[in-house]
Design a protein around this ligand. Sequence first.
Ligand code: ADP
Ligand code: MG
Length: 461
Amino acid sequence: MSSPILLRGSIRRRLIIQLLVGAALLATLMFLVVQRYARDLAGQSQDEILAASVTAILDSAAVRQGDLTVDIPYFAFSMLGNISEDRVFYAIRRNGSFLTGYPDLPKPFAASGSTPRFQTDTYDGEDIRMATATRRLSVEGQPDFIEVTVAQTRYGLRQQLAAISQTVAGFGIGFFVLSALFGILAAQSAIRPLRRLAESVSRRGLADLRPVSAPVPAEMEALVRALNGFMSRLKTSLTRSEDLIAEAAHRVRTPLATVRTQAEITLRRVDKPENRQAVREMIRAIDESSRAAGQLLDHAMVSFRSDHLELEDVEIARLVRETVDRVHPTADLRDIDLVLRLPEATMRVKGDPILMQSALLNLLDNAIKYSPADSCVHVSARITDQEAVITVRDEGAGFPKTDMGRLTRRFVRGSNTDAVVGSGLGLTIAHEVARAHGGRLFLTNHNEEGGACASLSFPLA
Ligand SMILES: Nc1ncnc2c1ncn2[C@@H]1O[C@H](COP(=O)(O)OP(=O)(O)O)[C@@H](O)[C@H]1O
Ligand SMILES: [Mg+2]
């Protein structure tokens, strides 16, 4: 039974999200910085052309025959015109009053000097960028200020910026996608050792308590160390329990056997009927306790071994033959014939032979105990598609019908036990062994008159 595990979050998901958020922030930042830089650069180049144009016009101003003339050179506008469909405006003022050009072109905010000043404004419903500069000339000894403003709409600039933004956005998205990919890969590879450890531990099964020896990253050292320590303690405690059970079995059985032998010897020497009766009862009590002790220990051993099954290939026919051989002496005491029926084909299952034998021994023991003297106990094995089934059938009265459902519970004995020695653990053991192997124990009565029939099934290897 595995208890539910509380899950909170996922390292991989958290890593991926953090990396994605980081990549998105970086991509946005990159977009904004590059866009801003591009805007500055484009604006600067428009300003430079406007300034060159203003300077060219100013340079053409001259005093001729005592009067001021301004020839607008062709190239002053041509350098502006070739950028795009941008419109160009200009205004020339002399000592503050309009001379030529576009009269309603906005006036510059501040008085300008010989180096051009720039400003952004609207004209004719459109955004424009203006450059203005002033030149001082002397006309007939009088200072004369000529101010030139050249303006241009900003479509080209905007188009250029849009194109740059698009490219930069493309780069940003590409950068994001690439970093996302790297992020996912990085998260995968960061998690991989954890997953590998989990797989290797869960694959090895409960019986394998060797320490983890595969190399792990430094961050996982503490975890693996703790896991190894845990497993080694578990292993020690398991070995100790197994030894204890074996030791206890030995310590209990040996002295009881000695006492029983002594009691039998005494029985032969005693003549008085009431004394003989007392000794017989003593022997029966000894039998009962040694059987109970034996079964308790068997049951402990079965529970213990079922928890960490050590599976090997078990040949069913051989197992049945060997187990039946072991109960021949008991059967002979009651003149019971053990009839074996085994198929020719080999039947192999994966199982713990000691446990399987213990289960079968308990069924045989019951069949011999609960059936009349001078009868037969039939032991057979057969194979179906998926399982091997071992059946023990006797010619006794059968399982008490009313108790059938409870007989496999611990210490439960039926209503038919009268003088029969037992502890109520035999069927429990058989049931637990079958279950530990993924099989089942079936109890039926062979016919209406009885004849108990107990079958153990084990899934085929
Ligand atoms: N072959 C059998 N024939 C009739 N009854 C049986 C047989 N095997 C088991 N039982 C009934 O099932 C009960 C439980 O069996 P088991 O767990 O082996 O305990 P125990 O043999 O110690 O009584 C028995 O007490 C008996 O009532
Ligand atoms: Mg029994």
